[in-house]
Write a protein that binds this ligand. Structure first.
Ligand SMILES: C[S@@+](CC[C@H](N)C(=O)[O-])C[C@H]1O[C@@H](n2cnc3c(N)ncnc32)[C@H](O)[C@@H]1O
Length: 242
């Protein structure tokens, strides 16, 4: 891990949901299945990143490892990071039980991972960047940019609010109502924490951050005014200055 200055943000401190909590880890996959269509998310990610067998991939915030394990079928090697040691251990055990041996699990995150000169063809991160305040999101995206090979791809999916929302009271009440219907209240508290304590931002802020960090947004998809995904390409600075 890189030596960091004293003013650096401590990304290992959990804000909102505590992903070091054993119960949270053990129930994570079951809870996600209630509110997400994981198969469809995987198919969308795979279609957009179009992985090639020789490619090296980095996933940041792998959680229980479901996506890294699936992606490992389509590329040479995956490095999977998470700041929660419990998540890393859980994901490693899951990969072993599914006989995947091309995934390196590392306890680290956006701001602290040191790739030691290694560069990746593709970096994916989903439902993780909102753990950082906006200033640190830009630092994280610049780090991602520097870890990508020329023309490398970033797939980012996260809770990102639409700038079309006018009435936040009505919007969040309706969203919380929908989530408790779908997940029988289990996830409602998590989403309350999310809105109150985590750092989901607006679509226009995220788009600006991606561009400032040196990415070209090739595709963007928005869902239900609070979920966005982006396929981005590392801008080739030499090409830009021609
Ligand atoms: C909502 S879960 C998402 C897990 C998985 N990507 C998914 O789509 O289900 C967020 C994960 O990000 C991790 N995390 C939080 N902040 C992080 C950071 N700065 N760097 C890397 N991982 C982080 C948490 O420990 C947790 O496992």
């Amino acid at each position: 891990m890189r030596k960091l200055p004293a003013w650096y943000y401590d990304e290992f401190v959990q804000n909102g949901t505590d992903y070091t909590d054993e119960e949270e880890i053990l129930n994570y996959d079951r809870n996600m299945d209630k509110i997400r269509d994981i198969r469809e998310e995987m198919e969308t990610m795979l279609r957009l990143i179009d992985l090639q067998p020789e490619e090296q991939v980095l996933e940041i915030g792998c959680g229980t490892g479901e996506f890294s394990i699936e992606l490992s079928n389509y590329c040479r090697e995956i490095t999977a990071l998470d700041i929660s040691p419990g998540m890393i251990e859980f994901a490693r055990d899951k990969a072993r039980s599914r006989k995947r041996d091309n995934i390196k699990f590392i306890n680290g995150g956006f701001l602290t991972f040191d790739p030691a000169e290694k560069q990746f063809n593709v970096i994916v991160t989903q439902l993780v960047l909102h753990h950082l305040p906006d200033f640190w999101k830009l630092i994280a995206l610049k780090n991602i940019n520097s870890m990508l090979k020329p023309d490398g791809k970033l797939y980012l999916r996260d809770v990102i609010y639409s700038s079309d929302i006018d009435d936040f009271d009505a919007f969040f009440s309706q969203t919380l109502h929908n989530i408790s219907e779908e997940a029988k209240d289990i996830m409602k508290d998590d989403y309350v924490h999310h809105i109150k304590e985590e750092f989901s931002t607006f679509d226009w802020v995220m788009e600006g951050l991606l561009e400032k960090a040196g990415f070209r947004i090739e595709e963007s998809h928005y869902q239900d005014d609070f979920m966005a995904s982006y396929l981005c390409r590392k801008e080739n600075k030499q090409k830009m200055s021609v």
